[in-house]
Design a protein around this ligand. Sequence first.
Ligand code: DGY
Length: 427
Amino acid sequence: MFIDAINIINNNYKDKFTIPSENLYPFQWNWDSAFSSLAIHSFNKKKSWDEIYSLFNSQWNNGMIPHIIFHKKNNKYFPGQDYWKFRGKIPSTCISQPPVIISVVYWLTQIGDDKDLKNAKIIYHKLFKYLKWYNDERDIDNLGLIKIFHPWESGRDNSPDWDEAMDNINIKIDANKIRKKRKDLNHVDYSQRPTNNDYYKFISLVDFGNKNNWNKFMMYYNCPFQVVDHGIQFIYIRACKDFLKLSNKLNIHEYDDVVKSWIEKFTLGSEKLWNNTLNCYCSYNFKTNKLSTNISCSSFLSFYAGIGNNEKKNKILTSICNSINNNKYYFPSWNNNSKQFNPVKYWRGPVWVIMNFLICIGLYEDNKIISQKVLDNTKELIEKNGFYEYFNPINGEGCGGKNFTWTASIYIITKNIQKYAPIFYNQ
Ligand code: DGY
């Protein structure tokens, strides 16, 4: 099975980057590349760094790393490069994705050698620019909260976390035309993908951005979709902390003060996301001033960010244990007690192994036993069901894309856990 995982990644390899899955996602995706470069490092260091450099070569002048980079034209995907009014040198989307890549660069220097440190140094200032972009363009009001303008930025496209915000979005497109343009349904059953109605709104939001040239003020103040994804918020805080550790290793200290001030600001801001009814952190809709209504897998990333006092941590741990006890395979992307839970529909219930992996890293310091339990459950899920994009938490059935790069990547990491151990120690 280990060899199968390597074969999947090699088959999905294009020219200096790896696609998530043949046909369904035929380009480079931002956070997918973070997980694949981490795994590829165990068998081909050069390819691992090439993957990272391909991503950073797409960086916009303002520092943003796009969520999809269309290195080569291909009309198998919608909305492709012709749909986006991009401003970078390489065709791309105009939104980003969770910045796991910053931590990955640091992790490669933890598990690697001097050569890896040298490679990290080459893109060091670009890493800073990416962090700065989140601060400058997504927290214009200095609230310590990162705003996103499209569900695709969260990576959790159709999560019930966005239902309320999406309900308020008017569809301003020719729905019939968009329905026919969808390419994803040629490869995955509708029951496992976002609905057509979701797509009409996804595309209406892209149209809004294009119409406003993705101007940061227009987007920040006028975008119809303005939410805080606790997933991005926590991954960003962790990225800032890992960036400081990398700076220390490289003995470069010019950004220390500013990055420390971001950690402080966004940690404080996160307290606004605490939900007293759910006893955990959750997402927040700026337009209605409302917190989300239930627990998603991103709620368990607060440990990864290293936030929350002991009382809060204990409450979240209780939810984590409940989720473990109530599911054969965990963590469902949306609480299975909720009426919106759907075990096979994309981010409305299925288990995503990349989320489990980040949760395991975060939990390790506070609770090694649970962290190990989650890792074992994740490994078993893949071993019994294959390298699917996501999985049904009730019976483990694989859903979505097949031969999926990030699932193969997480499997390789769990099988090589000795090599990857340092990234769990948070040192
Ligand atoms: C898709 O096309 O479904 C992706 O999730 C967008 O990033």
